[in-house]
Design a protein around this ligand. Sequence first.
Ligand code: HEC
Length: 144
Amino acid sequence: MKNYAGRILAGAAIASLALVAGPQIMAHGDVTPQAVDTSDLPDIGEAWLEENPYSGNTRAIEIGSSAYNQNCARCHGLEAISGGIAPDLRYLELGASGDQWYMERYRNGSSHDGKVYMPPFGDVLGQKAGWAIRAFLETKYTEE
Ligand code: HEC
């Protein structure tokens, strides 16, 4: 846990350094991951699923919207509209292949050349929160 928090802090610090273009995003920055209450959502077990079990689920979309704003918006932009420092998540493909790519990043984050571009969230927020956020993002889908 301590480790993950450290990596998230490192990720946030690096993102802030890169953040010349997004002062309004920085102002919303919560650096510590915010726990997400997913007790209202149907249980989906421990094993990581390949497709979103909450797609179109109204309650999941509400929970996902709040979880997104608290954990992802500082880099990916409010309402999933990117300010340019991280990819615009409205363009993520819908359906199974989009789900897989989404979960790859959610679980593992992204690091290259020894720098954390995005911290991993899988073990911090869990699978249910991850799919709830994906359900919210699906409602923002926009063709590129
Ligand atoms: C510290 C900033 C930061 C935070 C916080 C963050 N991300 Fe990211 N995210 C990034 C960056 C930067 C990339 C691009 C990484 C790359 O291309 O190597 C990325 C990439 C992604 C991608 C892949 C997008 C694509 O088009 O390839 C997804 C999906 C994603 N993030 C989802 C999330 C979700 C969901 C959250 C919140 C739980 C989140 N991110 C929080 C910075 C962040």
